[in-house]
Design a binder for this molecule. Structure first.
Ligand code: FE
Ligand code: FE
Ligand code: FE
Ligand code: ZN
Length: 186
């Protein structure tokens, strides 16, 4: 029998918790760390493709530089799992999978050159903002939990994500968007 909303709605629209659901901030913190390490590892696999599709040398080097930065971020996360005595196995991050897919479709929808570069920057900034939000929250959780060493590790990564975002914004505003808009006239 197909259940109606009211039949399902014993708990007023609240999603039923899985048996493995977090019952405290510490557990939620570890879950979200597993999410972000998955996200960083997924990003590491997709950045080389973005670099290959970019044309502006400055953008290419910004992406290549971010590969190295991201490797360091994964190492920091591995250190955090070590401190917590937890396994560093990731848990699928649906958001990063979606953001990466969106980046791939932007590439299909743009000609190689300044227009694709502008698209790659657009997709990358969405990724950076997701990371900024994630690390901001994780650092706040770690502070509440009194995990000071972990707070410093997370804040170091947060600063790098913000820097990457500024770098992307600068390359977009200083040249790439203008070059892309010139393609409109041709
Ligand atoms: Fe990152
Ligand atoms: Fe996620
Ligand atoms: Fe979207
Ligand atoms: Zn990043």
């Amino acid at each position: 029998m197909k259940k109606t909303d009211t039949q399902k709605g014993n708990n007023n629209g609240k999603v039923a918790a899985k048996s493995t659901a977090a019952d405290g901030l510490k557990e939620l913190f570890v879950d979200e760390l597993k999410d972000i390490i998955y996200a960083e590892r997924a990003l590491l696999k997709s950045l080389p493709k973005m670099a290959k599709n970019a044309s502006e040398p400055k953008l290419i080097s910004a992406i290549e530089q971010h590969v190295q930065v991201t490797e360091g971020q994964v190492q920091r996360l591995e250190k955090i799992f070590e401190i917590l005595g937890e396994s560093n196995r990731g848990k699928k991050c649906d958001a990063m999978e979606g953001l990466i897919k969106e980046g791939e479709s932007i590439m299909e929808e743009t000609e190689v050159g300044p227009v694709r570069d502008a698209g790659i920057i657009s997709a990358s900034q969405k990724i950076e903002h997701y990371e900024i939000a994630s690390y901001g929250t994780l650092a706040a959780f770690a502070k509440t939990l009194g995990e000071d060493e972990i707070v410093s590790l997370l804040e170091a990564t947060l600063a790098e994500e913000k820097e990457a975002d500024v770098l992307l914004t600068d390359s977009a505003y200083n040249s790439i968007n203008f070059e892309a808009s010139e393609e409109d006239q041709e």
